[in-house]
Design a protein around this ligand. Structure first.
Ligand code: ACO
Length: 403
């Protein structure tokens, strides 16, 4: 806590905490993290158990409603999600306004924000029913918009949703099928991607979730808030790290070049960092990274990829870093992004889609946190203070009199 004597003599006390390393901005019942122990719980359930036994849609229900669904609740929720998978036909025209080489995250920011132009009923955030409809609309439409962004950038026709398929199989089909050929979803890959979605579903007050809460605290509509979250997620220090981690592994290229890059990561005069390593909260192995590593091996085996040079580099890099004094002392472990890139690339996704998949899955976390905030009777507009370090008061100087 610091004590500031302001320019006019009045005194104000507040905490100065750059990066919010020790400031809780809200109360929440959704997600618990013990970063020292490497524990992640959603509504009390360990991430390992959700990833092993649950589905992504079940996790969505859990985050939104607070409990795992019964059979009947699950069936009802699924049918409500599937009812909204289509996007307005006008939206297809939005895509053609972008350059073909636009980054799909840029398209996501624009088009998710634009949903507010189509669903006027969902803009009434004072109505609990409309809040839930808006939440379900976003969970339903995110795969469709993400797949359309992908198809647009590769010049293929859009593929409409197939509601007889499960959530993740439908997404794979919208991304990888083409109208002139039969496409069968590989159930092992669909299950693996569904698990990857579970791993990304929520992670308490990270930068993008805090962005969604801050945007929503002014009463902004939920689509605009989620678009703000997507924009924040795109940064390489956050969700963009999965793309950056794969690019780094490609740049390293071979196992013999690892020591050079590890030395660069330790050099304080070099801005290079090991992407996919380190975390603000985890000072232990990220529990999601362990599951991701297992999923990576499973996906490569399913696809018959025996020798992936990128995986060889990743495994050796992890081994070297985990035995290096610098990484041990700073408690830098692989995070969820370290193995996700190799896995998604093997599934056929280009690197530019990695953060889009993260955004697709994180949408439920963002929207659950947004709902929780709106429904909190103590909720206030977010309004951080600042520590002013600028010039003291001074008189205006006319343009002709300035030196
Ligand atoms: N490689 C090398 N050194 C690192 C790394 C890294 N990946 N991460 C942190 N460090 C070092 C810093 O240089 C710093 O050293 P210093 O104490 O000598 O100054 C120390 O460890 C602490 O790092 P900070 O940046 O202060 O830690 P912070 O909690 O602010 O940052 C972050 C966390 C952004 C994740 C950081 O570890 C990083 O940049 N990692 C690489 C990017 C990445 O993988 N991001 C994904 C995070 S997970 C997610 O968003 C889904």
């Amino acid at each position: 806590v610091i004590d500031i004597t302001k320019l006019y003599g009045s005194t104000h006390c507040f905490t100065y905490d750059p990066g919010f390393t020790s400031t809780a901005a809200c109360e929440s019942k959704i997600t618990y993290i013990d970063g020292d122990a490497g524990v992640l719980l959603h509504r009390g359930y360990p991430i390992e158990q959700l990833a092993e036994h649950g589905s992504f849609l079940e996790t969505c229900y859990l985050l939104l409603y607070g409990d795992l669904p019964t059979h009947a609740q699950h069936a009802d929720f699924e049918s409500r999600v599937y009812r909204h998978t289509m996007v307005h036909e006008q939206m297809a025209k939005f895509f053609t306004g972008y350059r073909r080489d636009a980054h799909p995250m840029a398209i996501m920011v624009g088009n998710v924000g634009a949903l507010a132009a189509f669903y006027h009923d969902s803009l009434d955030i004072t109505d609990p029913h409309q809040r839930m409809v808006a939440s379900i609309r976003m969970i339903s439409k995110m795969p469709t918009i993400a797949a359309m962004a992908y198809k647009y950038t590769i010049g293929q026709p859009f593929v409409y949703p197939t509601n007889s398929l499960d959530y993740t199989s439908n997404f794979l089909k919208m991304c990888f099928s083409i109208p002139c050929e039969e496409y069968k979803v590989n159930p092992v890959l669909a299950r693996a991607l569904d698990r990857i979605f579970i791993l990304h579903a929520d992670h308490e007050q990270n930068a993008s979730t805090s962005t969604v809460r801050l945007a929503g605290s002014s009463g902004a509509n939920p689509f605009a808030c989620i678009a703000a979250g997507i924009a924040c997620l795109w940064g390489p220090a956050h969700g963009g790290a999965n793309e950056a981690a794969l690019q780094m592994l490609q740049e390293i290229g071979t196992v013999d070049r690892i020591p050079h890059f590890v030395a660069r990561a330790k050099d304080k005069n070099d801005p290079f960092r090991l992407m996919g390593f380190g975390h603000r909260v985890y000072k232990n192995y990220d529990p999601r990274a362990k599951i991701m590593q297992h999923t990576c091996h499973e996906v490569l085996a399913t696809l018959g990829i025996k020798d992936d040079p990128l995986l060889d580099v990743a495994v050796e890099l992890e081994r070297i870093a985990l035995h290096d004094e610098y990484f041990i002392e700073k408690k830098l472990y692989p995070n969820i992004d370290f193995y996700s890139g190799i896995t998604l690339k093997a599934m056929g996704f280009p690197t530019s889609m990695f953060t889009v998949l993260f955004a697709l899955a994180r949408t439920v976390g963002w929207i659950a946190q947004w709902k929780e905030m709106i429904e909190d009777p103590h909720q206030k507009i977010g309004r951080p203070r600042q520590l002013y370090t600028g010039a003291p008061q001074r008189p205006y100087v006319l343009l002709d009199d300035r030196a």
